[in-house]
Design a protein around this ligand. Structure first.
Ligand code: HEC
Ligand code: HEC
Ligand code: HEC
Ligand code: HEC
Ligand code: HEC
Length: 398
């Protein structure tokens, strides 16, 4: 019902596309020749940037607070509207979101502004690309992080909301010349187009990120060490962000990483537990934490993991009465969001499944199940350290 409401408010009407000079080509016109890229893009968040139910719910809330957000949000979520002015999303190309013919007609970017034109040649990474299908042109910009920065870095009312690009710029990865594309558009050998020549590198268009468990798997490492003095137990966890070219989590402040620490005895009775949340927290004028970032007036706190950072967390507790302690620490990636629900709604958000979990363990301790993807919270387990501390048979050291 609410989805219908959304369609009515936004005016989401599908119109069959016809290509003419001055018009953006729909993605399916590329599909015949660029089958692989088309298939990858279709499953990416970029193709969902208008259809994403999490975006739609937020967009409606933003419009309720101020109609000026109609065009503002769409500058990134449906960038062709910058030229077509189709802010009611009546054209199919607008509903395609971040589509082929937007990205591949970009010739420049400055701050949050892209220079692009539907009549440009297809801008891409090759210097020697030729086809009768369209004009092609080499674009160094497309191979660099700056190409992504125009959307993946922005502020509202002076409050920095997404800083993925500047986080990257300050990272060891950037110093080594590793671009966003190197991690998010992993290359393989193959053809760029049907019947094209085999190339060593074609660039996959999946743009996996935080919601893909497999991709998250290598983001963190946890090492643990345990010391015991009398009944006092001190567990030291060293958590490292080694392979990510920006903070974890990055992007919008609705993303969080949660550390859960648990110590139990042989019978499974809880001895001690602790939790830490790593996130950027933004607050409104009443100093309340908000997810609706357009209401933010300042950043209250930011304790996320910087690129290359190793952080030490210490948990200390009394283990009186237990001769064997089972210790578990897990990191869970969470995405807090609201969606519009209906009986018939199908969610297109790509979720990690339990089989995607990465588990670092030095014992065969039972593995906790990943949090069920409930409305409001998407949880993915990203790393875990477990250990069993045996105190010895005799309880003499008490
Ligand atoms: C978010 C922007 C973006 C979107 C959307 C996008 N591309 Fe790309 N594409 C790129 C970038 C960036 C590269 C070059 C990557 C590099 O050099 O590191 C690229 C490379 C390519 C190439 C070069 C050869 C190859 O196969 O790797 C082709 C062809 C291509 N894209 C076609 C498409 C098609 C077709 C679509 C839609 C189905 C599409 N792209 C959607 C950004 C985009
Ligand atoms: C009739 C087939 C055909 C269609 C339709 C087609 N292309 Fe291409 N395209 C090709 C071929 C062939 C190449 C050259 C591949 C190579 O160099 O290996 C190419 C190359 C490219 C490149 C690389 C340019 C460069 O210099 O790096 C991009 C980007 C691209 N196409 C995007 C698109 C997009 C976006 C669409 C849809 C709007 C599209 N193409 C439609 C056949 C096609
Ligand atoms: C026109 C704006 C725009 C450009 C250009 C752009 N992005 Fe995005 N990107 C978005 C938006 C908007 C989303 C989120 C869509 C949604 O969920 O509604 C997104 C999503 C993503 C995600 C998925 C995050 C997740 O939650 O899984 C990754 C990864 C990503 N982009 C990387 C890139 C990279 C790398 C580039 C440059 C090659 C790039 N983007 C270029 C706007 C853009
Ligand atoms: C060295 C590899 C690497 C580089 C370079 C890199 N990323 Fe990422 N990115 C990752 C990994 C791994 C994740 C998943 C971990 C995480 O959630 O941060 C990720 C997550 C993301 C997300 C989802 C937000 C999040 O943190 O969950 C976005 C959006 C994104 N990257 C965009 C970018 C953009 C834009 C650039 C360039 C400015 C970039 N990335 C550079 C590896 C990289
Ligand atoms: C300057 C570009 C830009 C503008 C303007 C923008 N966004 Fe986004 N948005 C992004 C990018 C990039 C992402 C990718 C995820 C991330 O970085 O966390 C995103 C992700 C989102 C998400 C999370 C989607 C998901 O499934 O995780 C929501 C919700 C969202 N945007 C809502 C909005 C609303 C509402 C507005 C207008 C008030 C807006 N955005 C304006 C770039 C933009």
């Amino acid at each position: 019902m609410k989805k219908v409401l959304f369609a009515a408010i936004i005016g989401l009407i599908m119109v069959p596309g016809v290509h003419a000079a001055g018009e953006f080509q729909l993605s399916y016109t590329c599909a015949n020749c660029h089958q692989d890229r088309y298939g990858e893009w279709t499953r990416s968040m970029h193709a969902l940037s208008v259809d994403d139910p999490i975006f739609q719910a937020a967009y409606l809330r933003a419009l309720q607070s101020d109609p000026k957000y109609r065009s503002f949000c769409l500058t990134c979520h449906s960038p062709t509207t910058r030229i077509t002015d189709d802010f009611n999303l009546t054209k199919s190309i607008s509903v395609e979101g971040i589509t082929c013919s937007f990205c591949h007609t970009v010739t420049g970017v400055e701050s949050n502004n892209y220079t692009f034109n539907p009549d440009s040649p297809m801008e891409g990474p090759y210097t020697d690309s030729k086809t009768n299908a369209h004009a092609s042109s080499y674009s160094a910009l497309h191979t660099k992080s700056e190409f992504c920065a125009g959307c993946h870095e922005f502020s509202i009312n002076g409050v920095p909301i997404s800083e993925t690009y500047s986080e990257w710029k300050a990272s060891p990865e950037a110093a080594e010349g590793e671009q966003c594309q190197d991690c998010h558009m992993v290359t393989k050998r193959g053809v760029a187009a049907t019947n094209g020549t085999i190339r060593d590198k074609v660039y996959q268009h999946f743009w996996y990120g935080g919601r893909t468990g497999q991709f998250l798997a290598n983001a963190f490492q946890i090492n643990s060490s345990i010391q015991r003095t009398g009944n006092r137990v001190k567990v030291t966890l060293v958590i490292s962000n080694n392979n990510v070219g920006h903070m974890i989590p990055s992007g919008l402040p609705s993303r969080k990483v949660v550390l859960d620490f648990n110590a139990t005895d042989k019978q499974g009775q809880g001895i001690f537990s602790g939790q830490k949340v790593y996130a950027k927290t933004i607050v409104d004028q009443y100093n309340n934490e908000v997810l609706d970032f357009w209401k933010a007036v300042s950043v209250a706190k930011d304790n996320r993991f910087k690129p290359g950072e190793s952080r030490t967390e210490v948990f200390e507790f009394d283990a009186r009465g237990a001769d064997e302690i089972d210790i578990q620490a897990s990191l869970t990636y969470q995405l807090e969001a609201q969606i519009i629900t209906t009986e018939t709604q199908t969610l297109n958000v790509e979720l990690a499944t339990a089989s995607n979990r990465s588990i670092i363990s030095n014992t065969e301790a039972p593995q906790p199940t990943a949090k069920a993807p409930a409305i409001g919270l998407i949880g993915i387990l990203i790393a875990m350290a477990t250990a069993i501390l045996v105190f010895g048979r005799k309880k003499s050291q008490r």
